[in-house]
Write a new protein. Structure first.
Length: 301
């Protein structure tokens, strides 16, 4: 009886202890995440140029300006293109490299891991400057190699057709190693007994990959997919600023870079806040969709 009477009394104490442990993290989330989000939402209904002491309430006018602006529609399309290129460069390609690494014997896999991860530790601005030099149409190493074999060096960053893939390539190269190591770790974590049992049953090559490896890697692959898509615009911000500043003619801009331009180059803080709200909503829908897929479609056993 005594033990039964004391058990409920200990629960509030445990709850308060848990709250005290969570309080520092919740405080920083409140101050640096949720309050800025609410402030940005309020700013999206204002007309403010970052200089006036007062902001004028305009309601949904900033959103109307965005949806009627052809440049904004182009920016949304280019943002989706960045996500598509990130899906190839930071999801499919790292997974393929991890699968190939498992086929290499000896000490070569360690060397490959070091080489592929090396760009990740470099500063994004430095990496962008290096690639900017490589892309130079007159004196860049790429142009010299092409001329040596009798080809003309294309102006990759000045051509609207090639500028966006050229910038996206820099972002994908910079963060490829991180996703590659995660995929490789997931593949190595698969029990060897499972692989051997599948091979005994006749599963080899593509059937082994499709029916055994990919289902076992379901949660990991979903994390890689979510990481690649959600961070695709963030990864491309610095390369765009260093290499093209959104040009030529806005063909390398994306939503995150457009927010920066509207706020700190055109001094339209309200329009920039509206773009940030739309970007946050879009990423939120994407993340919720991925979480739903994780719960409904991905096996956890």
């Amino acid at each position: 009886m005594t033990g039964q009477a004391l058990a409920p009394a200990s629960r509030p104490k445990e709850g308060w202890e848990a709250f005290l442990f969570l309080a520092p993290g919740l405080f920083f989330l409140l101050v640096f995440v949720y309050l800025p989000l609410l402030a940005n939402l309020a700013l999206s209904f204002m007309d403010w140029n970052l200089i006036r002491s007062e902001a004028r309430f305009v309601g949904l006018e900033n959103y109307r300006i965005l949806f009627q602006d052809p440049a904004f529609v182009q920016t949304v399309r280019q943002s989706l293109a960045y996500m598509g290129l990130a899906l190839v460069g930071n999801f499919l390609f790292p997974l393929g490299l991890a699968l190939l690494t498992l086929q290499v014997k000896g000490r070569w896999p360690e060397m490959y891991q070091s080489l592929l991860f090396a760009p990740t530790v470099a500063a994004v601005s430095v990496a962008s400057l290096v690639w900017l030099y490589l892309y130079l149409p007159a004196a860049g190493p790429l142009a010299q190699v092409l001329r040596a074999v009798g080809l003309e060096a294309p102006p990759l960053l000045a051509d609207p057709q090639t500028a966006l893939p050229a910038v996206a390539l820099v972002a994908n190269w910079k963060f490829l190693g991180f996703h590659y190591l995660i995929a490789l770790a997931g593949l190595k974590a698969i029990p060897r007994e499972v692989m051997e049992a599948a091979r005994v049953d006749g599963a080899e090559g593509l059937p082994l990959l499709r029916r055994v490896l990919l289902p076992l890697l379901g949660p990991l692959l979903l994390f890689l997919l979510l990481s690649a898509l959600a961070s695709s615009l963030e990864y491309a911000f610095v390369p765009v600023e260093v290499m093209t500043q959104g040009g030529p003619f806005g063909h390398t801009s994306h939503l995150m870079y457009a927010v920066y331009q509207e706020a700190f180059r055109f001094f339209r803080a309200g329009v920039a806040a509206a773009e940030a709200v739309l970007l946050t909503l879009g990423l939120g829908v994407l993340i919720l969709g991925q979480l739903w897929l994780l719960e409904k479609r991905v096996p956890h056993g």
